[in-house]
Design a protein around this ligand. Structure first.
Ligand code: 4NP
Length: 153
């Protein structure tokens, strides 16, 4: 199974979710899932994640340092099984790009978060350091819930 996390720039939120999922899948023995991430924009293609995302990830035990930003492509709609968006704008942008015969499912990551108050992962790019920790906490909770749903199938 192939899961891709999608945000706008692929330098803050989706690489954070990617690194969290990769680590927790190994810990939980979910070796049949492979993870990737991308952005709906091409602004940061080829760059490593934002320094703040790398630093905050490392403080929580997640290694983002080797990831590089890529843009979501048409091929991803066929090669991936599940595209998980971070906020509502990402979700609408991905739906707008979706080919009519796409095979990937498209969902919002926080659809899996047990608390409906968390509907979107806010963009931390223009905010303070606390935003990066908030992203990590929301992604951890939603990813654990996703994994338990997958594990129950
Ligand atoms: P991300 O954050 O979508 O979580 O990677 C952003 C990074 C860069 C920009 C916007 C959001 N930007 O406009 O450059």
């Amino acid at each position: 199974m192939k899961i891709m996390f999608v945000c706008l720039g692929n330098i803050c939120r989706s690489p954070t979710a990617h690194a969290i999922a990769q680590k927790r899948a190994i810990e939980q023995g979910l070796t049949y899932i492979t993870f990737s991430s991308s952005g709906t924009s091409g602004y940061h293609v080829g760059e490593h994640p934002d320094e703040r995302a790398i630093t905050h990830g490392a403080q929580h035990g997640y290694d983002l340092s080797r990831l590089t930003a890529q843009r979501l492509t048409q091929d991803d709609f066929y090669e991936q099984d599940l595209l998980l968006t971070m906020d509502e704008q990402n979700y609408q942008d991905v739906l707008a790009m979706q080919p009519s015969d796409a095979t990937a499912s498209i969902k919002r990551l926080l659809d899996y978060h047990p608390d409906p108050k968390f509907a979107q992962v806010p963009d931390p790019y223009y905010g303070g350091q606390a935003g990066f920790d908030a992203v990590i906490a929301m992604c951890e909770t939603a990813i654990d819930a996703l994994f338990s749903e997958l594990g129950n199938k």
